[in-house]
Structure formats: structure tokens, C-alpha cells
Design a protein around this ligand. Structure first.
Ligand code: FPP
Ligand code: MG
Length: 344
């Protein structure tokens, strides 16, 4: 991706991944070229390719890995992620993403949908190149299926104020945690890692993904739209019950009674949203969710102990540590410190 270098570029291998993405999407005619240019300029944290690259380097223990396969696979996971966000923003009717107007608002939902589909097709083309690993292809095909399942399940549970923690974690798994776990395991496959090693990578990614989604759900209550580059408050507005609200309703039935009085399939009116937002704070429901995120984060770090003690392991621990720093109200800068590791 061109444009100004961002802090993600300092992560080993990320600029090569951006080049693969650019080559996979261009040339593109007219308006589509414009759309793609915009996407390339506005890449996000590149978390998933970072996970894949760092896990491959860790599992490979300094072994020289096939860099083209590595970068193509890392590019594929980023393309899948971007496609999912484009579709998600259409579904959520979100106005901004990564600090800019969403694609469906700028170019219409039809074009945005097809752009997402195109990215997905390019991702699977990258994963099907000669010499690529079939396990990776299957793993990421399953990931896309899980993303869709998670979204459908989440839609089915809209305005379900009695959502349980178990159901919440199911949605969390399908829409986020499985993907992160798959990126980590994919790194293991690319490094030819043993099955216990791949299992540990998977476990790290799973816990990291769970923590990531909990943090995201907390920030929907507490975050600053300018800092996050996307709207906040959408979950209540869309009738989505996430961990803070589940805790509030379980501990203060009074609030549950209030939302139960709403007509079916209706978002709480603005004043009730304000009350609920305030209540999750004073009732300790946000603290409860923060503690849950920290627990998952600690479990992610613990999973790393089963992996070789190398600089990339520290890199993965830093990624986990940076997750909950986002909650501190400091700028949305959760770039882990670059330990200067070079991918072979
Ligand atoms: C963000 O969730 C969205 C996801 C984690 C997954 C979206 C998946 C789909 C739309 C299924 C289709 C998938 C593909 C690959 C085309 P969020 O709305 O909670 O987070 P946000 O606040 O960042 O929008
Ligand atoms: Mg969304």
C-alpha cells in the first residue's frame, strides 16, 4: 500500500505484505481503481498479518521460510478482514471506519458489497498459488464461514436482552476469536510446526481474539469516535447485548425490566440508552468486562509459554499487552514496541 508510511510498516514484513496486496488488487479500472486506492491508503493496524508473520517466525525458530508464501498468506488474511469490515459496515449502517467515511456511504451499498466480494476472491486466489498450503486454504475458508455464521447468529440475537454470557462468547468466537486463532495457526502451518506448537499458537490467538472483541465491545460504551476512527454507541442503538450489558441485566434486574417493556425489535430510545450507558459505569459492569478481557489476555500470554523463547514470542506478548492499553483512554495507539526482529 502506498501513501504515508504508518507505524504498522515498522513491523517486520508488513511493507512486503502491503506490496502483495497492491499487486493483487491492481490494475483496476476507473471507479474501482479509485475505491481500491482509497482502501490501500487507509490500511488499519494490520493485526492479523502481523500475527501470522510473528507466529510463523516463532514456530520456524529462525529457519528460513518461503517468504513469498508467507507474505501472500499474510496479505490474504488482511484482504479477508477488510472484506468483512466493508460488509459489516453496510450491515451496521456505520458512517465511518478508520477515520474516514465508509465505502457504502461514499459509493453506495451495491459497489461496496462487490468490492468486499472482490477482495475475498483475491484473498483465496493468493491462498491457491502454486506451492501453497492446502491446510491454510481450508482453515481460512472455515474462518470465512465462521465470520458469516457469527454475523447471522448476532443478527438473530438482535434485541435479545436476555442474551447469556455463553451466547455472547459464541458470537465472539465466530466473529473474531476464531479468525485470530486461525491467523496464528496459519503461521504455524507455514513454518511446518509440530501439532503441539500449532495448538499453542491457536490457543494464544483464540484468547487474544476473545480479549480483543471484549475490548472492542467496552470501547463501544467508553471510546472516543475520533480516536477509534469509527462510531461508538452502535451496539445499544442496534439492539446488541454485549458483555457489559449482560452483566448489568444479570445484576440489576430493574434495568432488564425497563428494556423488556420496549416493543419487540426496538432499540431503546435515546434517553434510555443514556441511562443504560451510565448504569454500566456505576454498576461496575464495565469493570467486570475489563476484568474478563484482562483474564483472556493473561491466558493468551500463558499459552505463549508452550512456545520457544525467542524475540517473536515477546512480540506476541507485546501485542497482547497492547490490547487492554486501549482501554486506558490513551490515544488509540496500541502498536507494540518493535523489538527489531527481522523475518528470515
Ligand atoms: C466487526 O464487528 C465485524 C466482524 C468482526 C466480522 C464481520 C463479518 C461479516 C460481515 C461476514 C462476511 C464476511 C466476509 C469475509 C465477507 P463489530 O460490528 O462488532 O465491530 P466494529 O465496531 O468494528 O464495526
Ligand atoms: Mg460493525
Amino acid at each position: 500500500m502506498t501513501g504515508k508510511p504508518d507505524s504498522a510498516d515498522s513491523f517486520p514484513g508488513i511493507s512486503e505484505v502491503k506490496t502483495v496486496i497492491r499487486n493483487a488488487l491492481y490494475p483496476a479500472p476507473d471507479r474501482l481503481g479509485e475505491i481500491i486506492g482509497r482502501l490501500l491508503e487507509n490500511s488499519g493496524k494490520m493485526l492479523r498479518p502481523r500475527l501470522l508473520l510473528a507466529c510463523a517466525a516463532l514456530a520456524g525458530c529462525g529457519k528460513k521460510l518461503k517468504s513469498n508464501l508467507l507474505f501472500e498468506s499474510a496479505a490474504a488474511v488482511e484482504l479477508i478482514h477488510t472484506a468483512s469490515l466493508i460488509h459489516d459496515d453496510i450491515i451496521d449502517e456505520a458512517a465511518s471506519r478508520r477515520g474516514r467515511e465508509t465505502l457504502h456511504l461514499s459509493w453506495g451499498p451495491g459497489r461496496a458489497t462487490h468490492t468486499g466480494d472482490l477482495l475475498l476472491a483475491r484473498a483465496f486466489a493468493l491462498l491457491s498459488r502454486p506451492g501453497s498450503n492446502k491446510n491454510l486454504l481450508l482453515l481460512l475458508a472455515r474462518t470465512v464461514a465462521h465470520l458469516c455464521r457469527g454475523e447471522i447468529y448476532q443478527m438473530d440475537q438482535r434485541y435479545c436482552w436476555e442474551l447469556t454470557e455463553r451466547q455472547y462468547y459464541q458470537i465472539n468466537y465466530y466473529k473474531t476469536a476464531h479468525f485470530m486463532a486461525a491467523c496464528c495457526e496459519a503461521g504455524g502451518w507455514l513454518a511446518g510446526a509440530s501439532s503441539p506448537c500449532r495448538r499453542a499458537l491457536w490457543h494464544y490467538g483464540l484468547k487474544l481474539g476473545q480479549a480483543f472483541q471484549i475490548v472492542d465491545d467496552i470501547l463501544d460504551y467508553t471510546g472516543c469516535p475520533d480516536r477509534l476512527g469509527k462510531p461508538v454507541g452502535n451496539d445499544l442503538e442496534q439492539g446488541r447485548t454485549t458483555l457489559p450489558l449482560i452483566h448489568l441485566f444479570e445484576t440489576q434486574k430493574y434495568y432488564l425490566k425497563m428494556v423488556r417493556m420496549l416493543p419487540a425489535n426496538t432499540a431503546p430510545p435515546r434517553e434510555l440508552q443514556r441511562i443504560l450507558r451510565e448504569a454500566v459505569k456505576i454498576n461496575g459492569s464495565l469493570d467486570y468486562a475489563i476484568a474478563a478481557a484482562r483474564k483472556k489476555q493473561a491466558e493468551a500470554v500463558k499459552a505463549l509459554l508452550h512456545l520457544p523463547e525467542r524475540p517473536e514470542r515477546q512480540m506476541l506478548a507485546d501485542i497482547a499487552a497492547a490490547l487492554t492499553r486501549r482501554l486506558s483512554g490513551s490515544p488509540d495507539d496500541w502498536q507494540p514496541v518493535d523489538p527489531g526482529v527481522k523475518l528470515s
